[in-house]
Design a binder for this molecule. Structure first.
Ligand SMILES: [Zn+2]
Length: 46
């Protein structure tokens, strides 16, 4: 999965949500980032 920092926009690939941003070090700023494949998968599922 891809996660993006809401503070610095850094994108990290991880198996689970990181507790802190590996780039800026801010805690609880990482959210799931959707890529093109994720969006396509959702369209197919629905
Ligand atoms: Zn960050």
């Amino acid at each position: 999965m891809r996660f993006q920092c809401t503070k610095c926009s850094y994108v990290a690939k991880r198996d689970k949500l990181p507790e802190m941003c590996p780039y800026c070090g801010e805690e609880k700023t990482m959210v799931v980032a959707k890529d093109a494949q994720d969006i396509l998968d959702e369209l197919i599922d629905n």
